[in-house]
Ligand binder design. Structure first.
Ligand code: HSE
Length: 298
């Protein structure tokens, strides 16, 4: 009758995997509750931590729940509350956490009729409602957990990638809002073949490095020569933060999803702590407001 869940924040793209790679972090996310009601339909009764529409049709989580009940009609209704642990427009998959959380929670009430792949498709409806594009990288990472590859959109094919045991994420969120739509509008419409070759070779290298726990290969592959150069001007002091992270020993750093959060992947807790401290210092010197998180990939 009542369910409470945690739905994680996610880092999409992970440098070389634009719209196709995502990872779930275990220290930041939303709390959502679900209550079975006699009255049919979907109602969102409370949202804290962000200013989002309570009207189910306009809300990422509400739209997902409505689509699921339409596909799988039942003689009860569902009431939801959402406690956002991080803000929309952060680049950490805020709408994806709500959409994926709704897909997971509603599925429990329906008796688990839907697979993880089907839940991802429902959650993509939430992404479309919130930001106009049905992108799968954040929602699939939130639903499957760990590291995921969206190998194909049509038909949708999600592949789980193993997470090396010592891999850690540091996420730095400068307090500016970047809308996914704006961040997609600055992207090139075409990519030179030479750049595409570099990018897909790095993506293959990263996947191979994750499978073999080869941190050097992971580090060499964590580059993005297509999307990052087009977007980095949207993020305050991106180059300074990235170079501090690399100096402190990060395997690589880049834009988390559509930004402005910057992520760094690190080998082990000690280096993650060093990277955390050096970026904290860099942003303090620049005098900009920011939030930071250290996390495992889970
Ligand atoms: N892959 C997406 C992007 C993530 O970078 O625009 C945001 O949904």
């Amino acid at each position: 009758k009542y369910l409470k869940i945690f739905s994680p924040a996610t880092v999409a793209n992970v440098s070389c995997g634009f719209d196709s790679l995502g990872l779930a972090i275990d220290s930041v996310g939303d709390e959502m509750t679900f209550t079975k009601t006699e009255e049919k339909g979907v109602r969102i009764t409370e949202i804290t931590g962000a200013n989002l529409p309570l009207n189910a049709k306009e809300n990422a989580a509400g739209a997902v729940a409505l689509a699921m009940l339409e596909k799988h009609p039942v003689d009860f209704g569902i009431e939801m509350t959402m406690h956002k642990g991080f803000s929309p427009g952060s680049g950490l998959g805020s709408s994806a956490a709500s959409a994926a959380g709704a897909a997971f929670g509603v599925n429990q009430f329906l008796g688990n009729p839907f697979s993880q792949l089907e839940l991802t498709k429902f959650a993509m409806i939430g992404e479309e409602t919130a930001c106009g594009s049905a992108i799968a990288d954040n929602v699939s990472a939130a639903i499957y957990g760990g590291f995921v590859l969206v190998r194909s959109y049509e038909p949708l094919d999600i592949i789980k990638i193993p997470v090396p045991t010592e891999l850690r994420v540091v996420a730095i969120h400068p307090q500016v809002e970047v809308k996914t739509k704006d961040s997609r509008d600055v992207l090139p419409k075409e990519v030179p073949l030479k750049s595409a070759i570099t990018q897909w070779a790095n993506l293959a290298g990263l996947i191979s490095g994750l499978h073999t726990e080869n941190y050097e290969l992971i580090s060499n592959s964590l580059t993005d020569i297509i999307v990052e150069p087009a977007r980095k001007h949207l993020i305050p002091h991106f180059d300074v933060v990235k170079s501090e992270a690399l100096k402190a020993g990060a395997l690589g750093a880049g834009i988390s999803g559509a930004g402005p959060t910057i992520f760094a992947l690190c080998k082990g807790d000690t280096i993650a702590n060093d990277v955390f401290a050096s970026i904290e210092n860099a942003y303090k010197n620049i005098k900009i407001d920011f939030n930071m998180h250290r996390s495992k990939i889970n």
